[in-house]
Ligand binder design. Structure first.
Ligand code: NAD
Length: 499
């Protein structure tokens, strides 16, 4: 363990209160955050919120919202550049902290931080144009209709733990840029980095524009149900989304959802199998498979299935599993006990079915593993489309391979799901790949890659069809979720005869 000892053992636990109205308030109760790589290590603690904290945070946001909405887009862009600079300045420390609370290996978290800063900078490309009213002449001279884009007021943002910083920035940046005030609820499984990112934003923005209430699902529910919340933006699981949608019905509040996926990779018979295997392994086991748009199932021509499985195993054998701060590790542990139990259960039931579950990779210092949520990666070489491991979102390091007989059958299987987040098609022929892509039911399709894509960056929207989401994130389209129209029709009085 000498590879990690020096990096983490001397770090003092971080303790964070609620962030309400520009002040950090200590809590009566705390939620402890332990390192999933080594459970004995306390990374820090956040306040465990109450409904009263939610009320106070929403009150602070209401108080700040009007003045914030009146600021110019140019002013917001300037403040956002400062937020991005500060995130960049703190990125090294934040990467270490988040690797310790979330379990993703540090280089991946470090890259996540680049995207986190960029999310605040990128709005500069479109904000002024987006918020410029459009005027339509209407009737006699001097009459017109001016169509404005206005913020909602207070937006509730609820985020998960798996890529916590970028998923938070993808909400905070557009919601705030649009002129809303935000109350943010991080996941108790990775709240520290998210709270610190929000604290950076809050230190630069007027008090009350960004507020954080930490806590579990009940705190999230209290926030979602608050009558002054005018828009809900949620990233997380489908079950939680269903709760939120039911609750939002009471106040008829609009929802924006980024949810789970069961992304298919369809390998066509003219694909470069070696390159495909390389990129699919990269796209399936990153963050131990805990990525909403990771490759979750592979469809490969039956005649090539054995050869492709061999290439996948060969490539996946290079994965090294260890502490998230161990520089030799390419994969860390799972994030929490529930995740580990869920993925282990799926794996055991798949093995019990008689499937060829092939464990791959190298364990680094496994003697220390009793203390962490580690699971070795595995491939299911002979999965069938109806297997639980194919039908469920595994959100973990186990990847099923399904053989297909015809392209039509592969597309039908890919679409035979309630999910529709991302997907990929692998082929040397752009025309063939585009034809298949046009028949896939998903918000995003990548040709010859999956996870490594400009989708979800400054220009290109990110989101899912069917039960994978409602609405779009990132890009100039993402900000639309946080804006509503106000059409102002200006008419003049009739001319009066002065006599
Ligand atoms: P989760 O749904 O359990 O929790 C997400 C957040 O919701 C947490 O902050 C949690 O405390 C809060 N919450 C729980 N119950 C609530 C309630 N009743 N009301 C309001 N808030 C509540 O999800 P998770 O386990 O943190 O994340 C994993 C899931 O998220 C996976 O399904 C994954 O695919 C999905 N995800 C989707 C995307 C995307 O962009 N599409 C990105 C990352 C993760």
């Amino acid at each position: 363990m000498e590879h990690v000892e020096s990096m983490s053992s001397t770090i003092t636990p971080v303790r964070l209160g609620q962030l309400i109205g520009g002040r950090e308030l200590p809590a009566d109760r705390e939620i402890e955050v332990r390192n999933p790589s080594r459970r004995g290590e306390l990374v820090g603690a956040v306040a465990d919120g109450t409904a009263a904290d939610v009320d106070a945070a929403v009150d602070a946001a209401v108080a700040a919202a009007h003045a914030w909405a009146a600021t110019s887009p140019q002013h917001r862009i300037e403040l956002f550049a400062r937020i991005a600079d500060e995130i960049d300045a703190q990125a090294d420390d934040l990467a270490t902290l988040v690797a310790r609370e979330n379990g993703s290996v540090r280089p991946i978290v470090r890259r996540e931080l680049i995207g986190t800063g960029a999310a605040f900078r990128d709005v500069a490309a479109y904000l002024v144009e987006k918020l410029s009213p459009v005027e339509h002449p209407s009737g006699p001279a001097g009459e017109f209709v001016r169509v404005h884009r206005r913020p909602f007021g207070v937006v509730a943002c609820v985020v998960p733990w798996n890529a916590p910083l970028i998923l938070t920035a993808n909400k905070l940046a557009p919601a705030l840029a649009a002129g809303n005030a935000v109350v943010l609820k991080p996941s108790p499984f990775a709240p520290l980095g998210v709270t610190l990112i929000a604290r950076i934003a809050a230190s630069i923005l007027p008090p009350g524009v960004v507020n954080v209430v930490n806590g579990g699902g009940e705190v999230g529910a209290a926030l979602i149900g608050h009558r002054e919340v005018r828009k809900i933006s949620f990233t997380g699981g489908g079950e939680t989304a269903r709760h939120i949608m039911r609750q939002a019905a009471d106040t008829l509040t609009g929802v924006h959802f980024e949810l789970g996926g069961n992304d298919p990779a369809i390998v066509l018979d003219d694909a470069d199998l070696e390159a495909t295997a390389d990129r699919i392994v990269e796209s399936a086991f990153r963050r131990a498979g805990q990525v909403c748009f990771a490759v979750k199932r592979i469809y490969v021509p039956r005649s090539q299935a054995d050869e492709f499985a061999r290439l996948l195993v060969k490539r996946a054998e290079r994965i090294t599993v260890g502490d998230a701060l161990d520089e030799r590790a390419t994969m860390g542990p799972l994030n929490n006990a529930g995740q580990l139990e869920k993925v282990q259960g799926l794996r055991e039931r798949t093995t019990a079915l008689g499937r060829d579950v092939r464990e791959v990779g190298t364990a680094l210092d496994p003697d220390a593993w009793n203390d962490g949520y580690y699971l070795m990666p595995a491939l299911v070489l002979d999965a069938q489309h109806d297997d639980e491991i194919v039908r469920e979102e595994q959100f973990g390091p186990i990847l099923p391979i399904v053989a297909y007989d015809t392209e039509d059958a592969a597309i039908a299987m890919a679409n035979d799901t309630e999910y529709g987040l991302c997907s990929s098609v692998w082929s040397r022929s752009v025309d063939r790949a585009l034809d298949v892509a046009s028949r896939i039911e998903a918000g995003m399709t990548i040709v010859n890659n999956h996870l490594f894509t400009p989708v979800g960056s400054r220009e290109i929207p990110f989101g899912g069809w069917k039960q994978s989401g409602i609405g779009w994130e990132a890009s100039p389209y993402g900000i639309d979720e946080y804006l509503q129209f106000q059409s102002v029709d200006v008419q003049s009085f009739p001319e009066r005869d002065a006599s």
